[in-house]
Design a protein around this ligand. Structure first.
Ligand SMILES: [Zn+2]
Length: 342
C-alpha cells in the first residue's frame, strides 16, 4: 500500500492525465500546489470533490452545514449507507482520504454566510459552488469578486443544470441576475426532484473548468445550460453589465447588513424565524401545490402551513417563515432552503 501512496507512486497515480498534452508534468505540479474551497457538499460538491481529489489538487476544503440523509445516496457519490446521520463535510473528507492520501483535505461543518465567508475563502485559488440555494451564491459572488478569487457557479435540478466560471473582473453573477429572485420563487431538489445524472454531468463540466483555471488557462464567461434528458446543451456569452452593483460599482450588498437574512430563535417556542434577504411577494397557492406531495399543507391568502417529519413551517406572503420543531438556526435554515427555496 505504501508504495502506491508515496514517491514514484505519485506519478503512477496521475500518469494517465500527465500524458495529456493539456496537463503534462508542469500542469500536475500546478494542481498539486493548488488550494480549492468547495462550498456545499451535496450532489454537485461531492462529484467535484471526488474528481479534484483524484486529479491531485493539493488542498481541498469542504464546507457544508448538513448531515447525510438516506435520500442523498441516489446522487451524492461520496456517501454510503453508513454515513447517514453524519456531517457531510466529515464523511466526504474521510472518503477523499481513502481515495487520495497524498493530498490534504479539510472538513468545515458550518453554515456559510456573510459573516464568515471572507475568512473561509482566504488563500483559495478557486472557489466551487456546490450549494443548494441562490442566497449563498450571491454571498459567494460578492466575497469572491471583492477578494479577486475566481469561482464557478453551478446548479442542477430536475434533468438540467447550468455552469459558469466567474472571474474577479466579471462578468459576475449579478451581471447575469441583477435582481435576484425573491425567496420562495425557485424550485428546489426537495420540491422538484433531481435525476442523478444532471448534477453528475454539470459537476463534471464544473470540474473541467476548475482544472483549466487551476492550470492558468484563461476562463471564458460562458453560461452553459445542459438538459441530460432532452440531450440539449446551449451556451450563452455573458457580458459585463453596465453599472453592475457587484463587479462594476464594487458594492457588496450581500456582505453587508442591508441584504442580510435575519434568522432568530423564538425563545421558549422551539421555533426559528427566517426573514429573507430579498423579500418579495410569493404565490402561496403555487407553493402549496409544490409542497402538497411532501407533507400536510394548509393555506389561506396570508399564510401557508406545511407539516413534515415533525416540523411545522409557516410561510408568509413575503417569504418570511417560522419553523417550529427546532431551536437550531442552522437546521431551520436548511429546512427553509429545502422546502421554500433561496
Ligand atoms: Zn457583475
Amino acid at each position: 500500500m505504501a508504495s502506491a501512496r508515496e514517491g514514484d507512486g505519485m506519478w503512477e497515480r496521475y500518469s494517465r492525465q500527465v500524458i495529456l498534452p493539456q496537463i503534462g508534468s508542469d500542469g500536475q505540479e500546478k494542481l498539486s500546489e493548488s488550494r480549492v474551497v468547495i462550498i456545499g457538499c451535496g450532489a454537485l460538491g461531492s462529484v467535484v470533490a471526488n474528481t479534484l481529489a483524484r486529479a491531485g489538487v493539493g488542498r481541498i476544503v469542504i464546507i457544508d452545514r448538513d448531515f447525510v440523509e438516506l435520500n442523498n445516496l441516489q446522487r451524492q457519490v461520496l456517501f454510503t449507507e453508513t454515513d447517514v446521520g453524519r456531517p457531510k463535510a466529515i464523511a466526504a473528507c474521510e472518503q477523499l482520504e481513502r481515495i487520495n492520501s497524498a493530498i490534504e483535505v479539510e472538513p468545515v461543518v458550518k453554515d456559510v454566510n456573510q459573516t464568515n465567508i471572507e475568512s473561509m475563502i482566504q488563500g483559495a485559488d478557486l472557489v466551487l459552488d456546490g450549494t443548494d440555494n441562490f442566497h449563498t451564491r450571491l454571498v459567494m459572488n460578492d466575497a469572491c469578486v471583492k477578494h479577486g478569487i475566481p469561482w464557478i457557479y453551478a446548479a442542477a435540478i430536475g434533468t438540467s443544470g447550468l455552469v459558469m466560471p466567474i472571474l474577479p473582473d466579471g462578468p459576475c453573477l449579478r451581471c447575469l441576475f441583477p435582481n435576484p429572485p425573491p425567496a420562495g420563487t425557485l424550485p428546489t431538489c426537495d420540491t422538484a426532484g433531481v435525476l442523478s445524472t444532471a448534477p453528475l454531468i454539470v459537476a463534471g463540466w464544473e470540474s473541467t473548468e476548475a482544472i483549466k483555471l487551476l492550470l492558468g488557462k484563461p476562463g471564458e464567461p460562458r453560461l452553459v445550460t445542459i438538459d441530460v434528458w432532452d440531450r440539449t446543451l446551449s451556451t450563452l456569452e455573458v457580458e459585463k453589465a453596465a453599472g453592475c452593483v457587484c463587479c462594476g460599482k464594487r458594492k457588496f450588498e450581500f456582505l453587508s447588513a442591508e441584504k442580510e437574512e435575519i434568522i432568530s430563535t423564538l425563545c421558549g417556542r422551539n421555533a426559528v424565524q427566517i426573514t429573507p434577504a430579498t423579500p418579495g411577494q410569493i404565490s402561496l397557492s403555487r407553493l402549496a401545490a409544490v409542497l402538497a406531495p411532501l407533507g400536510d399543507v394548509e393555506q389561506n391568502e396570508y399564510i401557508l402551513v406545511f407539516r413534515t417529519q415533525g416540523y411545522e413551517i409557516s410561510v408568509f406572503g413575503d417569504g418570511r417563515a417560522i419553523i417550529k420543531g427546532t431551536d437550531d438556526p442552522k437546521l431551520a435554515r436548511s429546512l427553509y432552503a429545502r422546502y421554500i427555496g433561496v
